[in-house]
Design a protein around this ligand. Structure first.
Ligand code: C5P
Length: 478
């Protein structure tokens, strides 16, 4: 990664980190273009947590400037979408978290065929490099890869769009937490810590009070589950008499001198004061538990949610087919809606994971060669195969560097999702490139990052796709 600080000459924010200044600089012409524009604007975002956060940021920034705009959120930007958008009325198009991977299509169908102005604020691997983008007069392409940063981990589209919004108006600094929600959704927080440019955004968020950061117990359900459930669900490290044992977990909390309920309701870990959490930690250490492994940086949003859990809810809105609800939750702080989405999503994930569990002996559905494969057929929704693939990769279900999930999609196609483990990526594996290459050979459309990539391919090419991915991963990890 290029860590060189470029001199910007700006002295606007003396005490703040300097690396993001490079991105601010490339955002400036885009902010000016938007400010000057008095016609209609179309905002187009992607449907995951990062895309929804980026859309919410751009939405609020455009609204504050009194712009006339409409927005749509897409699962992916396929060629047919680009062709359709080329025909729409708006003469300024702002793409967020989508568009870099398809910038060649934007060039072909929009920039060469129409007079529309296009701004892309994204972090996916760009199809057009910095020079090719720069040669297109009506395109402003904001992408960290063009500055030598890895968009897979250094900054997300929400981060890029936040910096653009900040260039539009300093008032938009109150949106910085959304940049971190997006980055978290794209798994840019590793072992509890943000990396690269995200660290600068983290500092801004913590200093402004938009996010509280402290060290604490990193347990699942910190803000959404009763404390004893968070403790009993934890099995790594195994907590003797607590893991898988609800009454044991309750006993652990009580013996630490911490109340399990408040006003008759079970408390979550997030409900505990810092002092109570310390008491619980001390009690766990006294019992000989390896607590160090459970301690991580915890980021809590002003609305009380731990950032990973909130980001999951925003992501869930897209997966459940209601990405606009995610924008609403972010912009209107609609926590009742957030709760509702969370419960619905939990039920859908459980049933998708049950499919994996129920078919684990069925070699036609679940098998392992160089890669682990889950064929969800028509029983796992195409919107859930990505999540199933992520969970199956992270819980070690397969002993493989890559897990691939497939599920039937509309129009005789299948949705493909792939995830790689950290070591394989560190050794140079890049799923985004591999998937892109196979798509070129097998009439698919896809792309992504080194750790995660997806595609849509014709149903008839499914087996060949799996075999090609298998052999390419095998070659690259040999
Ligand atoms: O769909 P899935 O969750 O598997 O996608 C993994 C990653 O690949 C995401 O970052 C997504 O944006 C990207 N992707 C892409 N083009 C596609 C499908 C997925 O860039 N056609």
């Amino acid at each position: 990664m290029n860590q060189t600080f470029r001199r910007t000459g700006s002295t606007r924010h003396r005490s703040e980190p300097r690396i993001v200044e490079e991105i601010r600089e490339i955002c400036r012409p885009a902010a000016e273009k938007i400010a000057r524009h008095d016609g209609e604007i179309r905002l187009i975002g992607q449907y995951d947590a990062d895309g929804i956060s980026a859309t919410a940021i751009a939405h609020r920034a455009l609204e504050r400037q009194g712009k006339n705009f409409s927005y749509e959120i897409l699962k992916q930007l396929y060629e047919e979408d680009v062709e359709r958008i080329a025909e729409e009325d708006e003469d300024l198009l702002v793409f967020v978290d989508i568009g870099s991977g398809q910038s060649d299509l934007l060039k072909e169908h929009i920039l060469q065929e129409t007079d529309k102005q296009v701004i892309v604020s994204d972090h996916h691997d760009p199809a057009l490099d910095e020079e090719e983008s720069g040669n297109l007069e009506n395109l402003i392409h904001l992408n960290p890869h063009h500055l030598g940063y890895d968009g897979g981990e250094a900054i997300s589209a929400a981060g890029m769009t936040y910096l653009l919004a900040e260039e539009m108006d300093e008032e938009n600094r109150d949106l910085v937490h959304m940049a971190l929600i997006g980055a978290t959704g794209d798994v840019q927080k590793q072992e509890g810590e943000f990396l690269g440019l995200n660290q600068d955004l983290e500092s801004l968020a913590v200093e402004s009070g938009a996010v509280e950061r402290r060290k604490g117990l990193d347990l699942y359900g910190r803000t959404t589950k009763p404390l004893q459930k968070s403790l009993m669900y934890n099995t790594d490290p195994y907590l003797k008499d607590v893991s898988n044992d609800e009454s044991g977990a309750i006993e652990l909390v009580k013996s630490a001198g911490v109340d399990i309920r408040k006003d008759g309701e079970f408390r979550t870990l997030a409900d505990l004061t810092e002092e109570e959490e310390q008491k619980l930690i001390r009690n766990m250490i006294k019992r000989g538990f390896d607590v160090e492994r459970l301690l991580n940086r915890i980021y809590t949003l002003e609305n009380g949610y731990e950032i990973d859990e909130f980001s999951t809810i925003i992501n869930a809105c897209g997966r459940l087919g209601s990405p606009r609800k995610g924008v609403k939750i972010l912009l209107e702080q609609d926590l009742e809606l957030a709760e509702k989405i969370s419960r619905k999503y939990g039920r859908r994930i459980s049933s998708s994971l049950r499919y994996v569990e129920d078919h684990k002996e069925d070699e036609d559905v679940i098998y392992e060669e160089e890669i682990g494969v889950i064929d969800g057929k028509s029983e796992v929704d195409e919107d859930f195969i990505g999540t199933v693939t992520t969970i199956t990769m992270s819980n070690g279900f397969f002993d493989a560097p890559v897990v691939m999930g497939v599920a039937d999609a509309e129009k005789d196609k299948v949705k493909v999702s792939s995830r790689a483990d950290k070591e394989a990526v560190e050794d140079g594996l890049n799923l985004g490139e591999i998937i892109d290459e196979i798509c070129g050979e097998l009439d698919g459309e896809g792309g992504g990052h080194n750790v995660a990539a997806g595609a849509k391919i014709p149903q008839v090419n499914k087996e060949e796709f799996i075999q090609k991915l298998n052999s390419m991963v095998s070659e690259q990890t040999a």
